[in-house]
Design a binder for this molecule. Structure first.
Ligand code: IVH
Length: 719
């Protein structure tokens, strides 16, 4: 019996340790199947010896019977909330107040943490065993949600033994229960596929999950925990926050790896900038950072005021959402002729900048949102993402409002408009069980079921849109100007000094009616010089840049023409196939179809372009101005990186991305933008994000900038 019992204890300890490695350290030492084996051994032992079972056994994470209601829980020490600041000035005020109260203290350290956007909880460990988990409630009284807290795998049910600290007889740890961004997406996708309710955001999902009466439901939610505060501790003397967190770590509790101790306000501001800059890549939602006086006796000295400590402050990130109103809705014509609806807004500050325009993307979006002039709208600008209208506040809609008219004439040239549909999707999930509705059905605006290679898949439609296009494909002034902008852009002719504004001005003056006119601009040198904002120096620079652009590779020329759906990669394939511009201009449909990556749609776009009167009159004039480098006959099959797929990601220090791309392509590699199982290797620079992560997941080889040099020197070693 004794033997079995010690085996039981060892087994529990071992599972606990593996839970800690997996859920807290994110560094498992054994495979999932080895873990499952240990767990089934535990279950077997417990079923043979039910009297062994202790409440903190790893098998007891999920309770067997749902509760009728939660008991309320009185917090021993009030759970405070944080006051906020939004600016450097307000932060200076905060530290001035702190300094005044700590007048006789020479200096003090500040502990910085991300401000997690989850649900606050309190955990009570008695003699190292988790006995209670409670929600914050109003800070004085919360709810006892112990049965749900026990299901959270990163919360130890028993603290790890450590020889650094005595096991305290009583320890209260406070922290945040949250759902990571990645888990949240999975949770919602599953909910969607199973016809369940979609959660609004990770915070709501976390808070809602904690309040389930049936802990089986909670156990299916991907909840995590990070500790951020001290409740009551007995038996151990702790003098500072960083000491407290070091101790928690020893006990096996998860603490935030982004925490940092700094010496002054400048350190705080640096921390704020750093976290804000990396916000996107942080795996959970945060809405700011928190600064806390590190020393606990200084904290007591400072005390609290109206439920907030005087020793801590939240420095919030700029609000990412704001309310404003729509003043008008216009349609803009781009290079491709597509009319893009744009809402002109009453200017409002959001995400730290003033926003007065907001794209409505396409006609479908206009139909879906139904934004109207005079409407009150909520807009969102997260990080560098362009502002979006996320909601029209219907209750505030003016009574005389009307739907946006979809133009049947181009606003730039008055020509009639054409309607087109386009969609572009990515596979979200492939499976064989045909669980999901009928093949071929659209299950929600953004999802579609299709059948691919005997595999039923739910496809997420990335760009499903109805477009309205100007029919004057080559004469509409906006399309013409857009084409010039594209022609001079960096990846095309790379002419410096010809920005959008200048193109508009020159176009208006009649100097620049199409791209061939670029090479005749020098004839207008005197006129240009007299124009506002142009000096001798800028004109000379521009004309020099134009001159040096005359010598051009065939693939760049093809790309620069701006033929619909002919991007850089297709242009390279075309240049490889046709080798000279004359041959390309005589391409026929069937021949085009035989080229890599060219399908009927692109082939017909090319034929339509080269057969137009527009191209027939423009191209001979343009070609006369250029010195086109024919594509060398290359033996693709014998290129050292032939067939090798590479993805570039992150910030590279010594090379530009284009340079690396060009060099790899010259050796026969294919450079693509997303990592898949077909990717041979990834070249990753600093701050690489999701692509690097995907590469790790898919076990794709990863090289850095230095290794890239060796790849070029000795490609065969890398394939
Ligand atoms: S400290 C007295 N630290 O913010 C200090 N709170 O308004 C109170 N929160 O209810 C908590 N991240 O849910 C602290 N690193 C962090 C936090 C944090 C998020 C939440 C917490 C609390 C609320 C305070």
């Amino acid at each position: 019996m004794q033997d079995k019992n010690s085996k039981y204890e060892t087994l529990k300890e071992s599972i606990r340790k593996h839970d800690y490695n997996y859920y807290v350290l994110d560094d498992p030492e054994i495979s999932d199947s080895e873990y499952d084996l240990l767990f089934s051994e535990l279950i077997e032992l417990e079923s043979l010896n039910p009297d062994f079972i202790t409440p903190e056994s790893p098998s007891q994470r999920v309770g067997s019977t749902p509760l009728d209601s939660f008991n309320s829980y009185n917090h021993k020490k009030q759970m405070l909330s944080l006051a906020n600041v939004f600016s450097e000035d307000e932060l200076i005020d905060f530290f001035t107040r702190v300094n005044k109260r700590l007048i006789d203290i020479k200096s003090y350290k500040v502990f910085c943490e991300p401000k997690m956007d989850g649900a606050a909880i309190s955990l009570i460990y008695i003699n190292g065993i988790l006995t209670t988990g409670a929600t914050r409630g109003d800070g004085i009284k919360g709810e006892d949600v112990t049965s749900n807290i026990k299901t959270i795998k990163s919360i130890p049910q028993k603290l790890l033994l450590t020889n650094k600290y005595l096991m305290p007889s009583y320890l209260e740890v406070r922290g945040e229960v949250y759902i990571s961004k990645e888990d949240f997406i999975k949770l919602n996708k599953n909910a969607f596929l199973n016809d369940q309710k979609i959660f609004a955001n990770p915070r709501n999902a976390a808070a809602g999950s904690l309040r389930q009466l049936d802990s089986k439901i909670t156990s299916q939610r991907p909840l995590s925990f990070i500790a951020h505060g001290i409740g009551e501790i007995k038996d151990i003397d702790i003098s500072s926050l960083d000491e407290f967190f070091t101790m928690l770590k020893e006990f096996g509790l998860p603490i935030n790896p982004l925490n940092k101790k700094v010496s002054d306000i400048n350190g705080c501001l640096k921390y704020y900038e750093e976290i804000l800059k990396n916000r996107e890549g942080i795996p959970f939602d945060i809405d700011g950072v928190v600064y806390k006086v590190n020393n606990l006796s200084y904290q007591s000295k400072l005390g609290e005021v109206s439920r907030s400590p005087r020793w801590a402050i939240a420095h919030k990130f700029p609000a990412e959402e704001a309310t404003t109103s729509i003043e008008s809705i216009d349609f803009q014509v781009g290079r491709t002729g597509i009319l893009t609806p744009v809402a002109r807004l009453k200017p409002v500050k959001v995400g730290g900048v003033i926003v007065s325009n907001c794209t409505l993307h396409n006609i479908d979006e206009v139909k879906r949102l139904d934004p109207r002039v005079g409407d009150t709208v909520i807009i969102r600008r997260a990080g560098d993402v362009i502002p979006q209208i996320i909601k029209v506040v219907l209750s505030k809609r003016p009574s005389n409002s009307s739907r946006v008219d979809i133009p049947n004439k181009c606003p730039a040239c008055g020509s009639s408009t054409l309607n087109e549909n386009a969609s572009d999707w990515v596979v979200v999930k492939g499976n064989n069980n045909q669980q999901i509705k009928k093949f071929g059905s659209e299950i929600e605006a953004n999802y579609f079921i299709s059948k691919e290679a005997n595999d039923y898949s739910v496809k997420e439609i990335k760009n499903k849109a109805a477009f309205v296009k100007c029919s004057a494909e080559f004469t509409c002034p906006e399309i013409v100007k857009g084409n010039i902008v594209h022609f001079v852009s960096r990846k095309a002719f790379d002419i410096e000094g010809l920005g959008q504004e200048i193109i508009n001005t020159f176009n208006k003056k009649g100097f620049l009616k199409d791209v061939a006119d670029i090479y005749n601009l020098k004839a207008f040198k005197n006129e240009l010089m007299e124009m506002d904002g142009f000096g001798q120096k800028s004109i000379t620079k521009l004309l020099n840049s134009i001159e040096s652009s005359r010598r051009v590779n065939l693939h760049k020329l093809i790309y620069s023409l701006g033929i619909s759906e002919v991007g850089e990669a297709t242009s390279r394939n075309l240049a490889q196939e046709y080798t000279s511009i004359d041959l390309f201009l005589n391409a026929d449909f069937d021949h085009l179809l035989g080229i890599d990556d060219i399908g009927p749609k692109v082939a017909s776009n090319i034929i339509n372009y080269i057969k137009t009167d527009f191209a027939k009159s423009l191209l001979p004039r343009l070609i006369l101005e250029l010195d086109i480098i024919k594509t060398a006959e290359v033996d693709i099959a014998n290129m050292p990186l032939n067939g090798v797929q590479v993805v570039l990601t992150g910030k590279l220090n010594n090379y530009s991305r284009d340079e690396i791309k060009e060099n790899l392509i010259l050796k026969g590699a294919k450079v693509s933008s997303s990592v898949s199982s077909k990717t041979n290797f990834v070249i990753a620079g600093e701050n690489a994000g999701s692509k690097l992560k995907k590469a790790i997941e898919l076990n794709v080889r990863i090289y850095d900038e230095n290794e890239y040099e060796s790849i070029l020197k000795n490609p065969s070693k890398y394939i």
